[in-house]
Design a protein around this ligand. Structure first.
Ligand code: NCD
Length: 308
């Protein structure tokens, strides 16, 4: 039995295989419409979500399976004090696979250790978000054609943004990838990622706090929201929340083929005027998230893929 807790739980070959399968699904979704018939996905969300939970549910429904679950800690037995370990033991009796989001780092890993079914980490605190990363990789591969040789600007809350952490883990495994880390000083990338991931893999990167200056060198600009729920005080959040706002004027500095990605939800960090720019790919990115989750469910459940 396999779980997906961090992007490194998949080898590069397995990741690439998922992307190929997801691209195939995107071309002919209906061919896969009964692949998971009779299977159930449990979505156990202890933290708010729109895209991740609903795209998991859409993915399972597209495969002909069914879904059950809860969308807040208050509506689960966590409110009565039940542990994640006990909850997953019980969910294992009701479902074939589980997607779990939790505000505590490591909670889905604990679940996986006590689970009778595959557990997918759908976001754990400020730690990891591997299925958002698969979504990001598929978007880049589909729209750029390749994952190697790219300069990726990561902008915003690099300290608490779990999507950024997972994306770095995954992208350093592709050749000649370079990062430009754009954030206020207080929201810089955590030291463990700088040391254990970037430095350990001899990855070229620089840290800056002005977006305009680095725009011309980027192939991808990955914008992120300042993660209000992980701040210790509201004053710091208010001071930092509008540090970077991408607007049409700043987009003039970007290459014609640069892509703007964002895991969403956006707050203020991308002005809505950018949405009409052909380089804005964040809504297409949300669509790719369904295809890649369909591919992931197929592989983790070991389902037969129709050949024609
Ligand atoms: C992200 C998350 O939950 O980490 N959202 C998502 O899953 N698409 C990003 C965020 O909340 O800022």
């Amino acid at each position: 039995m396999r779980h997906l807790i961090t992007p490194l739980d998949l080898t590069v070959e397995e990741t690439n295989d998922l992307l190929v399968l997801a691209e195939d699904i995107s071309k002919d979704r209906f061919r896969y419409s009964s692949v998971a018939a009779g299977k159930k996905l449990a979505t156990c969300f202890y933290e708010p979500s729109t895209r991740t939970r609903l795209s998991f549910e859409a993915a399972m429904l597209n495969l002909g399976g069914s879904v059950l679950g809860f969308s807040s800690a208050d509506s689960s037995s966590a409110a009565k004090g039940e542990s994640v370990a006990d909850t997953i033991r019980v969910i294992s009796c009701y479902a074939d696979i589980c997607a779990m989001r939790h505000p505590k780092e490591g909670a889905p890993l604990v679940a996986a250790m006590h689970s009778g079914i595959p557990v997918i980490n759908a976001g754990d605190g400020g730690h990891n978000h591997p299925t958002q990363t698969l979504t990001d990789l598929l978007t880049i591969k589909a729209l750029k054609g390749h994952l190697d040789g790219l300069t990726i600007g990561l902008c915003g809350d690099l300290k608490f943004g779990r999507t950024v952490h997972s994306l770095i883990h995954a992208m350093v495994r592709y050749p000649n990838v370079r990062f430009v880390l754009i954030s206020p000083w207080e929201l810089r990338i955590p030291g463990y990622i700088r040391k254990d991931v970037l430095d350990a893999n001899h990855i070229e990167y620089k840290e800056v706090d002005v977006l305009e200056e680095v725009m011309p060198e980027l192939d991808i600009l990955y914008m992120t929201r300042v993660q209000r729920e992980r701040f210790f005080n509201e004053e710091d959040y208010i001071r930092l929340k509008d540090s970077f706002i991408l607007d049409a004027k700043k987009m003039r500095y970007a290459r014609e083929d640069m892509l703007v990605l964002h895991p969403l939800p956006r707050v203020n960090e991308i002005a809505t005027e950018v949405d009409a720019d052909p380089r804005a790919a964040y809504f297409r990115q949300a669509q790719y998230g369904v295809y890649v989750r369909m591919a992931l469910i197929i592989r983790l459940l070991g389902l037969e893929v129709p050949t024609c």
